[in-house]
Design a protein around this ligand. Structure first.
Ligand SMILES: C[S@@+](CC[C@H](N)C(=O)[O-])C[C@H]1O[C@@H](n2cnc3c(N)ncnc32)[C@H](O)[C@@H]1O
Length: 277
């Protein structure tokens, strides 16, 4: 059913609904939902406060879903990352801003951006890492792996939207089991949260196998480290939990590596590392 509203009155109504459900920044969320529904920008919102608009049930379903604390990004099927827009749905983790630092870390280590290297990503999720790297490394071939077919479907959509099908190949599989080729650079933002850690309610909407890395949390990181050492992969950049540096350092004690450097996030917490073998 379609209904007519005046924009400012509608925004007041939605704000109230979201406030009752204790959604933070309810007034802003109401604006963002309305802009996303009409695919309009801030200027439209500013200049159309007194305009009459027509909405259908989809919009009110969105409000109900947001009131239940479903993440905004899953409702509107859009997420911004590294200043670009990506498709997202519940099949894949919502990209986090700190993952931009992992991309910077990889780019920092690749001196020749034109080189024809083979880069592998484990745990591609929505595809944001592989897509951003492909854009900066035009001659790199990227193999992007995920254990989840639903995540791969999201990545596929984004890779097509960016026209990068020739540069990024998706493969289903666990860790590196589907990759026989020699790897020049391995990158991963694996699940790294401990199984018993209590998370905020909105995280329950995200794929659990994208979040939890095992009983301790760093089990998948350790398996990737094993592969890096076994295959002598020269570069490995990986995101990790803020408290995982010590365990990673001691896991690599007495192994033959060139260097291990950790990087910090925007709040100065440890967030990842680059291992050179
Ligand atoms: C933290 S998410 C990262 C997604 C995306 N790369 C990003 O940075 O937003 C981890 C991803 O790893 C995948 N994953 C979990 N276990 C895996 C495994 N054993 N092998 C390959 N991928 C795995 C999950 O399905 C999920 O898509």
């Amino acid at each position: 059913m379609r209904r007519k509203y005046i924009v400012e009155a509608l925004l007041r109504e939605i704000t109230q609904t979201l406030q009752v459900s204790r959604i933070p920044r309810a007034a802003r969320e109401a604006q963002l939902l309305l802009m996303a529904y009409f695919d309009k920008d801030e200027l439209w919102l500013l200049t159309n406060q007194k305009s009459e608009i027509e909405l259908d049930d989809t919009f009110f379903d969105w409000i109900t879903r947001r009131s239940r604390n479903e993440p905004f990004e899953y409702i509107v099927n859009r997420v911004s990352f590294y200043s670009q827009q990506f498709y997202i749905d519940e099949g894949a983790l919502i990209p986090r801003p700190e993952t931009e630092l992992l991309i910077d870390e990889v780019l920092k280590n690749i001196e020749d951006k034109e080189a024809a290297i083979r880069l592998v990503e484990v745990g591609v999720g929505s595809g944001i890492i592989s897509i951003m790297l492909a854009q900066h490394l035009p001659n790199a071939k990227i193999i992007a792996v995920d254990i989840s077919p639903k995540a791969l479907a999201v990545a596929q959509k984004n890779i097509e939207n960016f026209g990068l099908q020739n540069q990024i190949e998706l493969r289903e599989g666990s860790l590196l089991e589907s990759v026989d080729e020699q790897i020049d650079y391995l990158v991963s933002n694996p699940p790294y949260i401990a199984e018993d850690e209590e998370l905020e309610s909105n995280l329950s909407y995200e794929p659990q196998n994208a979040l939890f890395g095992g009983q301790i949390g760093d089990e998948i990181i350790q398996k990737l480290l094993d592969e890096v050492l076994r295959q002598k992969i020269k570069f490995f950049s990986c995101e990790m939990g803020y408290d995982q540096q010590d365990r990673i350092r001691s896991y690599l004690q007495n192994t033959k590596i060139k260097s291990l450097e950790f990087y910090q996030d925007y709040s100065s917490f440890d967030r990842g590392f680059t291992l050179k073998v």
